[in-house]
Design a protein around this ligand. Structure first.
Ligand SMILES: NC(=O)c1ccc[n+]([C@@H]2O[C@H](COP(=O)([O-])OP(=O)(O)OC[C@H]3O[C@@H](n4cnc5c(N)ncnc54)[C@H](OP(=O)(O)O)[C@@H]3O)[C@@H](O)[C@H]2O)c1
Length: 305
């Protein structure tokens, strides 16, 4: 099977692999892999063509970037040129590692964003971040502060491209007036389809910007919940999985997402090599339009209006 291609986030923008590996649960917030296990998983991703890794400073209560950086160091210096590192900044989490933080909150001043990116560089053991995202909008954010931070980081060669995550279309427009944003990383899966209807995807389609999608399978909402709508959706997804060649439910869910014309880039959260392998099947699966709507109908519980 062919390796996963790279795609551009915007016509002139940076390239990421068509499937991105999300590392949120590779460390302390999940399987807590050893350095060797993490290095092996990075190597497996690279073999598949998954060259982009999605981080945030807060993952593992501020520990996963450093664990990943150690694994990268074990793989050797030549690996850095083969990969793209995405990380996010701006959320403050209360944890013993950050006694300065007294409340879960956001800090999007220019100085904080710069300091945060510089900490990520140290933790990831790299000189540059390929793509830095503001993790969440803050009610107290001012676009000029974010623009100043991005400009300082770009001039210093510490970050090469910039974007946001979980921004509404109006928040995205506000910031886009001052800086070039190359993505909005948002949640999207059959159990969370707000971005189809709230203007998020319309805005990105118009601007020819690809969204990155977090929880592309619905994560715990799909695999761990026992609610009526989830069980109904799971039945339909299992039927589709049989129809499309006895594939996994993960393949159907990813193929469903990939059918959207906004050309989303899924950030998959799996920690398992076989499920990373499955992403290639999803890229090759062409879902029939009516099946796409059957899945949507099962998720929302009624016919589309
Ligand atoms: N920007 C943001 O605000 C934000 C928020 C959340 C996450 N993220 C990013 O998005 C990434 C992905 O998020 P996510 O983890 O929610 O994504 P996801 O890919 O929707 O879900 C991954 C979870 O589903 C499980 N899973 C996958 N296939 C399965 C199957 N066939 N059967 C049972 N369980 C299965 C995985 O377990 P296994 O590991 O066992 O496969 C893992 O726990 C994160 O790593 C992070 O990088 C960003």
């Amino acid at each position: 099977m062919k390796t996963i291609d790279k795609v551009q986030l915007t016509p002139d923008g940076p390239s990421l692999s068509r499937i991105v590996a999300g590392v949120m649960t590779w460390g302390e917030w999940g399987v807590d892999y050893s350095t060797e296990q993490m290095a092996n998983l990075i190597g497996h991703c690279l073999d598949l063509g998954i060259t982009t890794f999605d981080h945030a400073d807060i993952y593992g209560h501020y520990s996963t970037e450093a664990a990943f950086g150690e694994a990268l160091a074990q793989l050797g210096t030549s690996v850095r040129a083969q990969i793209e590192l995405v990380t996010k900044c701006g959320i403050l989490l209360e944890t013993h590692r950050r006694p300065d933080i007294r409340v879960h909150s956001y800090e999007l001043s220019a100085d904080y964003i710069v300091a945060c990116a510089e900490r990520s560089l140290v933790n990831l053991r790299t000189d540059y971040i390929d793509l830095l995202l503001v993790h969440r909008p803050s009610p107290l954010m001012h676009p000029d502060e974010i623009a100043e931070a991005f400009s300082r980081l770009e001039k210093a060669g510490k970050a090469r491209a910039f974007g946001v995550s979980n921004f509404t279309p109006s928040q995205f427009s506000l910031l886009q007036d001052s800086v070039e944003l190359v993505t909005n990383q948002v949640e999207c899966h059959p159990l969370h389809t707000d971005c189809f209807y709230d203007g998020t995807f319309d805005q990105l389609l118009r601007a020819k910007i690809r969204p990155m999608i977090w929880s592309p399978l619905g994560g715990a909402k799909y695999f761990k919940s026992e609610g009526t709508s989830v069980l109904r959706l799971r039945d339909v997804v299992k039927t589709m999985a049989k129809k499309y060649g006895d594939v996994g439910e993960d393949v159907i869910l990813l193929a469903w997402l990939l059918k959207h014309p906004v050309q989303p880039i899924p950030v998959v959260g799996t920690t398992k090599t076989n499920r990373l392998d499955n992403t290639r099947l999803a890229l090759e699966l062409e879902m029939e339009t009516q099946d796409w709507f059957i899945i949507l109908e099962a998720a929302v519980g009624h016919e589309v209006a």
